[in-house]
Design a protein around this ligand. Structure first.
Ligand SMILES: NC(=O)C1=CN([C@@H]2O[C@H](COP(=O)(O)OP(=O)(O)OC[C@H]3O[C@@H](n4cnc5c(N)ncnc54)[C@H](O)[C@@H]3O)[C@@H](O)[C@H]2O)C=CC1
Ligand SMILES: O=C(O)C1=N[C@H](C(=O)O)C[C@H](O)C1
Length: 268
């Protein structure tokens, strides 16, 4: 049987280009089309040439539905408004939709949930094995330590990142809240500034650093009296996210409709 056809959206982006490079070397998926936003200079060009290399026989288009109709999987690291449109179109085309986009608000999540009634969607704020393991560890440590241990999540990313806290930081915060048996919405405190008053017991703090070309760094700090436990993940190469997304696209083939995440894919 042929390998499942793959579409990469946001082709010219940091993640789009990383995915295209890795997909070309894949023996499990076949890149069939690339999508960019209408008016982008890459539209109509061969994606290999647009990326500065040799032609690979795959064009960049702004017609997502036509592209998705040729594919069994769509990998999407774009922006929230684009991702909710792609979720509906991937469902229409019966393609597995792998979503890496972060910064999704409740209204976006509701539209993704609606699409998942008819489609297989795999979504995670971080697709790397290391971070998904860190999520598991965070939940365990949070469950073992009581609220005398303050939880603070510190994340650092490149200067071009548009959302904060990062999707990963929110996954880690959610894991800490679950470990403690509390709601993250109630416990969340972001970006302190000015006369903030003393820290509320049991709160979960988020701080974001933006600068240079930092790929992605996350610390979960459990600060107690006289000691600290710090769980850390450092990403040095975007390939870790792309490898996870490609694995998810293969894993999703033949799965029943619904929303899945990387812990399902990785079996951890
Ligand atoms: N879940 C994960 O493991 C990871 C998630 N991300 C997330 O992925 C997203 C993209 O990140 P980057 O690649 O760094 O951003 P980027 O800004 O380099 O790329 C985004 C691309 O999407 C394209 N795009 C925007 N609207 C579009 C539309 N309507 N149709 C087609 N293309 C459209 C843009 O033109 C751009 O090329 C962000 O939300 C980021 O946080 C990034 C890395 C890992
Ligand atoms: O925008 C990025 O670059 C990244 N985004 C994801 C996030 O918001 O956590 C994952 C990774 O940290 C890189």
């Amino acid at each position: 049987m042929d390998q499942p056809g793959l579409v990469v959206t946001g082709a010219s982006g940091r993640m789009g280009q990383t995915l295209i490079r890795l997909a070309q070397g894949s023996d499990k998926l076949r890149l069939v089309a690339c999508v960019e936003r209408a008016g982008h200079p890459w539209i109509g060009r061969d994606v290999g040439e647009a990326m500065g290399g040799a032609p690979i026989g795959v064009k960049v288009t702004d017609d997502a539905l036509e592209a998705f109709a040729k594919a069994q999987a769509v990998i999407d690291f774009t922006a929230p408004a684009a991702t909710v449109e792609f979720a509906a179109l991937a469902a229409q085309a019966r393609a597995v939709h792998v979503i890496g986009t972060t910064g999704l608000e409740p209204q976006h999540l509701a539209r993704i949930e609606a699409a998942a009634r008819h489609a297989t969607i795999i979504r995670a704020g971080n697709m790397s094995l290391g971070v998904n393991l860190l999520v598991r560890l965070t939940k365990k440590v949070a469950a073992a330590l009581d609220a005398d241990w303050d939880v603070e999540i510190v994340e650092a990313h490149h200067r071009m990142k548009v959302d904060a806290p990062s999707g990963t930081a929110l996954m880690l915060g959610q894991a800490a809240a679950e470990g403690r048996g509390i709601s993250l919405d109630d416990a969340r405190v972001s970006g302190r500034d000015g006369i903030t008053g003393a820290r509320a017991r049991g709160s979960i703090g988020f701080s974001a650093i933006r600068g240079g070309d930092i790929v992605g760094e996350h610390d979960v700090i459990f600060a107690g009296e006289g000691e600290r436990v710090i769980l850390r993940h450092v990403a040095t190469d975007r390939a870790i996210f792309a490898r996870g997304a490609l694995r998810a696209a293969v894993w999703g083939q033949g799965r029943k409709p619904g929303q899945y995440d990387m812990t399902d894919v990785l079996g951890i």
